[in-house]
Design a protein around this ligand. Structure first.
Ligand code: SF4
Ligand code: SF4
Length: 465
């Protein structure tokens, strides 16, 4: 199929600035088969991941409302910000490294937009409306009973699929148990989640039905960063101009100094963003590899070696450095983030304990009493794991005497899984006691979780004048 290739403007826009829809031809080939497997795996992973449990917890849960994050058995809270920062840094630099080495590999192989569009919705189009020419003709045809029937059926399938994706997406934020309850109860009990479902489903419908490749071309922030993340060593589907040019003359004839490109436009016909890869690397290319398979098929037919369009870099196969300076910087950043994450993970405890002085009067003095001075503190104890925790508080041994007393309403304190307790702590003491020379006092905390004991000591100052 030959078509006009526009180079002065986006191929998805006409001279009036109106949207031009792309009807990409279906193609078979090595990369398409591989992509099918990768996309099927990723879709399955997306759907089942929230249902998988690690250490009795949902494998991946981003409970923003309660500031609690489950990451494959690791429970993180808002105050674990350094850990979250290092995890995000690993993801961001990992993506940057993958881009520097393999170009837009994320776009073509793993981005949810591509995975759902290529892996599900384009297949639905093909199944319901037929191949690209039939789809084009149907869209151009006037609305009659047949068109209404086909389109209604397609929209219904899109709606069901969008709802499944939205519900699975929501499970990552509210948890599968909460999601099951929400689905069973009327919308009036979960207005926020209901509206989230309605808006997200509508957005997905709009995106996959109409917006499609425009998301990658004009909206995706990652797509905009490509030019700064890639360099001459980055891999991308590239046309071998040296081998292909001059065009139209190859056709399998031997012994002629002619290019291998027969100008069949097959690579353009299969491109989901409507570009001609023979014009070089373009921002619209999402590295879907359809043009590679299309051209390989043509090369096979004209009995030329495959790979006229192939994964290559601007530096060329022979001069390409797998790890250039840029990739090295990204790799070092990933290692630094892993070291930081490991350090903070080792420092992390399953509990969080702090003692803060109560606001207001720093001390009280009762005339005539032996333990006439009082200081007030607030004990904050948080159980960061999904097992019960017991906290026993005692004065450190060197301070134990009749001249000082620590009063806590509950001691030992039993905290339910992931629970928090805030308790007042009263310290009553006599001013004559020798330790008051430097005003220091320490409390010993014994924390027990499933038979495992952690000891922690907290020191603080007493006020009495
Ligand atoms: S140029 Fe090739 S790899 Fe890039 S989007 Fe088009 S078909 Fe896919
Ligand atoms: S598919 Fe290959 S031979 Fe056909 S136009 Fe594209 S580059 Fe040339």
């Amino acid at each position: 199929m030959k078509k006009e290739v526009i180079t002065q403007r986006l191929s998805t826009m006409n001279e009036k600035g109106e949207r031009v829809f792309i009807y990409a031809a279906k193609i078979k080939g090595h990369y398409q088969r591989l992509k099918l497997k990768v996309h099927a795996f990723l879709i399955l992973l997306f759907l089942i991941l929230p249902w998988i449990k690690v250490n009795g917890e949902q494998s991946l849960l981003l409970d923003i409302a309660n500031r609690r994050f489950n990451v494959f058995g690791l429970i993180l809270w808002a105050h674990d910000a350094p850990l979250i920062f290092f995890i995000l840094a690993i993801v961001v630099f990992g993506l940057a490294l993958a881009t520097a080495v393999w170009g837009r590999v994320w776009c073509g192989w793993a981005c949810p937009q591509t995975v759902f569009l290529d892996g599900i919705f384009r297949k639905v189009d093909e199944f319901i409306e037929g191949n690209h020419s039939k789809r084009y003709k149907l869209d151009k045809a006037p609305w009659d009973f047949r068109k209404v029937r086909i389109k209604s059926f397609k929209y219904m399938v899109y709606l069901i699929l969008s709802m499944i994706i939205t519900h699975s997406f929501l499970a990552y934020f509210v948890g599968v148990e909460e999601l099951k309850d929400m689905v069973r109860s009327p919308p009036s009990e979960n207005w926020f989640s209901f509206m989230f479902i309605v808006l997200t489903t509508s957005s997905l419908m709009f995106n996959f039905l109409w917006f499609r490749e425009q998301f990658c071309i004009i909206m995706c922030p990652y797509g905009r960063f490509q030019s700064v993340l890639m360099d001459e060593n980055s891999l991308a589907p590239l046309y071998d101009a040296k081998r292909g040019e001059p065009r139209r003359q190859g056709k399998g004839e031997e012994g002629k100094a002619e290019g291998d490109c027969i100008d069949c436009f097959k690579c353009v016909a299969v491109c989901p963003t409507g570009i001609d890869i023979r014009n070089g690397i373009q921002m619209e290319c999402v590295a879907c590899t359809a043009c590679i398979d299309a051209c390989d098929g043509i090369m096979e037919k004209v009995k030329k070696p495959k790979g006229l369009i192939r994964y290559n870099s601007e530096a060329g196969e022979n001069k390409r450095k797998m790890f250039g300076a840029r990739s090295l910087v990204y790799a070092i950043s990933i290692v630094a983030a892993i070291v930081g994450l490991t350090f903070f993970l080792n420092k992390r405890t399953p509990y969080a304990i702090s003692m803060l002085r109560q606001k207001g009067i720093p001390f009280r003095h009762a005339q005539g009493e032996v333990l006439g001075y009082s200081n007030f503190f607030k004990l904050y104890a948080k159980n960061q794991v999904s097992k019960e925790m017991k906290v026993t508080v005692a004065l450190s041994e060197q301070y134990r005497s009749d001249n000082i007393k620590v009063i806590i309403p509950q001691n030992p304190l039993v905290i339910k899984p992931e629970g928090v307790h805030r308790l007042p702590v009263f310290v009553k003491f006599s001013k004559d006691y020798k330790f008051l020379k430097n005003r220091d006092l320490t409390l010993d905390f014994k924390i027990e979780i499933e038979g495992k004991v952690y000891l922690k000591t907290k020191s603080f100052h007493l006020a009495f004048d």
